[in-house]
Design a binder for this molecule. Structure first.
Ligand code: SUG
Length: 429
């Protein structure tokens, strides 16, 4: 099996509107001035870095923004400019929702079960409904269109639409997969929240996870449903991937990530006895620090030589306690051999680290040809993206700019330019 990381290209409307209650970075940076051009270039630089490590990389396109059709469903009429202007004068938050670039965080695009784990041998993908937050719920439609385009070959893929609201499903951000060192079938782990301790909403419901597992035809003996700890959600871990990540036979998690870690570890060990669980104790890195630095929102990847590397955000490098712990981890001679630090600060300020920006898809190497090649990245495509971003993406967006008709027109044009540069027809996306 090979793994491809599909990163969301950061859209031209990237801004800090503070839309995600429970996501501390989003709330704390509300009203700050964003840098969309820099944000998109940081994203491409991360992709280039992973490709330089020998990994395969894919992309998803920014969703078309402003999302005028969404505002029309809320009763605003007239031509597009009129819809936006009336919405802005009625309720600015609605326009902020319609301009969100949140589709960049493709760990929330869907949940992927590779063919090794499913009853029919197909790679199943369920679009996430993201029903908890209005700006994210609006993503499902365009996400589904892109997933159906990228993974259209029915001999390899089965794409499912979203689970119905109100069963909140936020995709692979609440999903981990553990595989024995010998490879083969995986254990699929769905992490859900019961409550956020009365502080914040819990965005992934168990009902939704169970539906996804059923639809994907997973073997119940190799599927676990694990509750996220209330303390983690209350501390700002609005998705499990803020406090845990897995790759191969390794689970890397905070001590307080799960409601009952001992039961989870025991259940996992029964299925994969060789699993390596690396738990970071709270007395070395407390939950607040873990969430602030996004230590766990790293990409844990297997390099072509079989060794594992942790791709961390720069914020984790800058915290002495976190870095000391990581240095000891590398020196301990365990399965994680290397640390790579990437700068995705613009995304981080909205609560999206390196792992949020990518959706992992695992397939047999000969199935690579089944993916629409326009979604696969090489150096030339990176250069094309960078050129469009440098030319079309705004340099800065302040909250009040969200009401500026020139920004609406510019961002719409920028989305179209990128779509064309990557070989898509406007009506395909
Ligand atoms: O859903 N932030 C996203 C961040 C998603 C991170 N993804 C994972 N953890 N996998 C969210 O909360 C902020 C948008 C704003 O405030 O304008 C936002 O949507």
């Amino acid at each position: 099996m090979i793994e491809i990381n599909f990163d969301g290209i950061v859209g031209p409307t990237h801004n800090y509107a503070g839309l995600s209650f429970g996501n501390l970075a989003s709330s704390n940076n509300a009203g700050a001035v964003s840098a969309p051009r820099l944000a998109a270039l940081q994203g491409v630089a991360k992709m280039r870095r992973l490709m330089a490590l020998g990994l395969r990389q894919g992309i998803f396109l920014p969703h078309v923004r402003p999302n005028v059709s969404w505002l029309r469903t809320l009763g605003f009429g007239g031509d597009d400019a009129e819809v936006l202007a009336t919405a802005w004068s009625t309720d600015r938050a609605l326009v902020a929702n319609a301009l969100s670039a949140s589709a960049m965080w493709t760990a929330n695009a869907g949940t992927v079960s590779p063919g090794t784990d499913t009853v029919d041998g197909l790679c199943h993908i369920s679009v996430a409904n993201l029903s908890t937050m209005p700006h994210r719920a609006a993503e499902a439609e365009q996400t589904e269109r892109q997933l159906r385009l990228a993974f259209a070959d029915p001999r390899v893929f089965h794409v499912h639409g979203p689970v119905p609201a109100p069963f909140g499903d936020e995709g692979a951000a609440n999903f981990m997969r553990v595989v024995p060192p010998s490879g083969g079938r995986g254990v699929e782990i769905f992490v859900y929240g019961e409550t956020g301790g009365g502080v914040f909403p819990s965005r992934q419901r168990r009902t939704a996870s169970e539906a996804v597992a059923r639809r994907h035809g997973l073997n119940p003996d190799r599927t676990l449903f694990v509750q996220q700890s209330e303390a983690a959600i209350a501390a700002g871990a609005f998705h499990n991937d803020v406090v845990a990540v897995a790759n191969g036979h390794v689970v890397f998690a905070h001590e307080h990530a799960f409601a009952d870690p001992a039961a989870f570890h025991a259940a996992l060990r029964r299925i994969v006895p060789e699993v390596a669980i690396i738990e970071v104790p709270a007395d070395r890195v407390d939950l607040d620090t873990a969430i602030r630095t996004y230590l766990f929102n790293s990409q844990l990847v297997t390099l072509p030589d079989g060794s594992m590397t942790l791709v961390l955000p720069a914020e984790a490098r800058e915290n002495a306690g976190v870095w000391t712990w990581l240095t000891e981890l590398i020196e301990s001679g365990g399965p994680i051999r290397r640390l790579e630090v990437v700068d995705v600060r613009e995304s981080m300020r909205n609560g999206g680290g390196p792992a949020c920006l990518r959706l992992r898809v695992q397939i047999e190497p000969d199935a690579l040809a089944a993916i629409d090649p326009r979604f696969l990245l090489d150096d030339a495509a990176c250069t094309r993206i960078e050129a469009v971003v440098a030319r079309e993406w705004p340099e800065a967006i302040a909250f009040d700019d969200l009401g500026d008709p020139r920004l609406w027109a510019r961002c719409h044009r920028a989305c179209t330019a990128l779509t064309q540069a990557l070989g898509f027809q406007p009506d395909e996306i």
